[in-house]
Ligand binder design. Structure first.
Ligand SMILES: Nc1ncnc2c1ncn2[C@@H]1O[C@H](COP(=O)(O)OP(=O)(O)O)[C@@H](O)[C@H]1O
Ligand SMILES: [Mg+2]
Length: 586
């Protein structure tokens, strides 16, 4: 069996996790005191039973028997109430802490730059935010507090045994304990590796399901159901195997402990009986109490291994989550200049960019857009057009050159305030599974339905909105699945228009759109670009013809810039592109 994560307990990490309990200090202390009290109370029971047998029953003392019985019952009641209080408090604590961590993590994820999301499977992140954090709560609900309580209880019990009972009886009975420790170590090691594998497989399952349900149309369109199903079954097999492996350890460990505890009781009976038989000092009450103690001692000892694992698992999860919280290099770099109202003057000056080292995507890209102007970027697929937009939005950092907005270097600007004045319409419009209204206003409660309809009227799509089954209340389902690509684009236009941005950035949809929607889009586009700086990745001749300037991109290099007519006349790259793509349209 491979040894996974063989490193010792990470105390620094542990303290860091404990730090999250700080706001709940009182509750934490309360739980701690409660668990200590419970440990002490539990120990009193066998001692009382010894007294019941030796003094009350064997001493024929009826009043004492009654008194002791009441005490025992009272003790049990108090213990039960304490147990309830402890369980409630410890879980309240655990849940409160993970609520805090989850909020912090989600907030952090919102600040990560897109590069991070390019390379991190979403399913893995979902696992972090949902189930890993759940595991952290167990550190508090089933981990440290209980471990502390159990250890304390064991110590008190051992002390009480030696104090009240015949020391040799105690020693002989407990002589089996070293074997117990060896068994526990074996169990703990094995189960830890198994649990880690379980967690990995859960993450794999999440990633797979997430991706394949999201991409179901591709799976079905290409008839890949069988193959993907086989992959899924393989992952599921591994998941089962990992779980079964962990069960193997439990299934073996618990009977072993039972046997050990039986041996321990046997030893107690043997020595105690022998001692009593030869007239020694071990009493019947003492022997009975000892047997009860052994049972009480083995229970926490048996659980301790499990608890340490819970703690370990919580620590593994904490490490993953805290690593994510600490990964500041993933946070979007941000300047601190907050621009007032934008002019909308954009300059790209010899900009270089790459996603991966040594694979330049943009090379020496230069162009400028004057305030109010519309610039169309054209070029073949993969030329780097969308990348220009990503760079302009500050999603990805450029490596060389300069991008300026109103004369300020992009990297020195506060992106949040900048983006508030820019509107982005992507090729593949992303809609949330919500109403048309929510998708248009994106959380801005101040925009009224009247304003939405006015805006729709402005860009000429009022009829389209009215024509939706429930108008603004229409739920577009996940990713806008019930709308066509063209319709989604219209909604995205409205979403952009309603924020009245100073700069409009648009990656035109390439998919073919029916002529009616096409017409709507063209009209909307004219309204949309009116009086604002616009950068449009254009795929339609009509859009290009309306532009003030055309930038022709080829393999990451700007090969031509100019007006439609002038570029056609010079018979260069634009002319060839035009011949290939648009001549048929005219
Ligand atoms: N997130 C990304 N990570 C790595 N490479 C990318 C990423 N996005 C695009 N690319 C690559 O950059 C090049 C330009 O892509 P893109 O700007 O989308 O082209 P266009 O929009 O002109 O079709 C392509 O070769 C593409 O594979
Ligand atoms: Mg593109």
């Amino acid at each position: 069996m491979s040894k996974v994560g063989g490193k010792a307990f990470d105390f620094k990490l542990f303290l860091k996790v404990l730090g999250y309990a700080k706001p709940y200090q009182r509750l934490f202390t309360f739980s701690m005191i409660l668990t200590v009290l419970l440990g002490a109370l539990g120990t009193a029971r066998p001692i009382l039973i010894r007294q019941v047998i030796d003094d009350a029953i064997l001493g024929y003392d009826a009043p004492m028997l009654l008194k002791l019985t009441f005490m025992l019952v009272g003790l049990l009641v108090i213990e039960s109430i304490g147990q309830f209080g402890f369980m409630y408090a410890a879980n309240w604590l655990g849940q409160s802490i993970i609520k805090d961590i989850r909020v912090e993590l989600y907030d952090k994820l919102q600040t990560f730059r897109l590069q991070f999301y390019d390379k991190t499977p979403i399913g893995q992140l979902v696992t972090r935010v949902v189930s890993d954090i759940e595991t952290i709560s167990q550190i508090f609900s089933q981990g440290i507090l209980v471990i502390f309580g159990d250890l304390f209880r064991i110590l008190v019990m051992l002390g009480a045994m030696f104090f009240f009972f015949h020391p040799i009886l105690v020693l002989v009975s407990l002589s089996i304990i070293p074997v117990l420790f060896i068994a526990t170590r074996w169990f703990q090691r094995g189960i830890k590796g198994a649990f880690q594998r379980v967690r990995n497989e859960v993450s794999n399952l999440n990633t797979f399901v997430q991706e394949h349900l999201g991409g179901m149309s591709i799976v079905q369109a290409f008839g890949r159901e069988e193959q993907e199903f086989d992959k899924f079954k393989t992952i599921n097999d591994r998941h089962r195997n990992a779980n079964v492996e962990s069960i193997f350890y439990y299934a073996l460990f618990f009977p072993i402990i039972e046997v050990l505890s039986a041996i321990s009781i046997g030893l107690a009976v043997w020595y105690g009986g022998m001692n009593a038989a030869v007239g020694g000092s071990v009493t019947v009450g003492e022997l009975t109490a000892m047997i009860i103690f052994i049972g009480m001692l083995f229970r926490p000892l048996r659980q301790l291994a499990d608890r340490f694992n819970t703690l370990q698992m919580g620590m593994v999860a904490s490490e993953r989550v805290l690593n994510l919280l600490d990964s500041n290099h993933e946070v979007e770099p941000n300047g601190d200049i907050r621009l007032g109202k934008l002019e909308g003057d954009i300059v790209f000056d010899q900009v270089y960019f790459h996603y991966k080292e040594n694979e330049p995507i943009l090379k020496e890209v230069s162009f400028s857009v004057a305030p109010g102007e519309t610039v169309a970027i054209v070029g073949a697929t993969g030329a780097g057009k969308s990348t220009i937009i990503s760079v302009l939005m500050g999603f990805y950092p450029y490596t060389k050159g300069s991008v300026q907005i109103d004369g300020n270097e992009l990297t020195s600007l506060d992106l949040h305030t900048l983006r508030q004045q820019m509107a982005l319409v992507l090729q593949d419009v992303f809609l949330f599974s919500d109403t048309v209204r929510s998708n248009i206003v994106l959380g801005n409660q101040h925009i009224t339905d009247i304003e939405i309809m006015q805006a729709a009227n402005d860009i000429g799509i009022e009829e389209f909105i009215d024509g939706l089954p429930q108008g603004l209340d229409y739920n577009v389902q996940e990713r806008g699945g019930v709308l066509s690509a063209g319709q989604r684009q219209l909604l995205a236009f409205l979403r952009a228009y309603i924020t009245d941005p100073q700069v409009l950035i648009l990656d035109e949809a390439t998919s073919s759109i029916d002529s009616h929607t096409e017409e709507l889009i063209q009209r909307a586009l004219i309204a949309l670009t009116q009086d604002r700086t616009s950068v449009i990745i254009a795929h339609r001749l009509s859009t290009i013809q309306h532009a003030d300037k055309i930038v022709v991109l080829d393999k990451g290099v700007v090969v031509e810039t100019g007006g439609h007519q002038a570029l056609l006349k010079s018979k260069g790259a634009y002319y060839r592109l035009y011949e290939k793509q648009f001549a048929a349209e005219v």
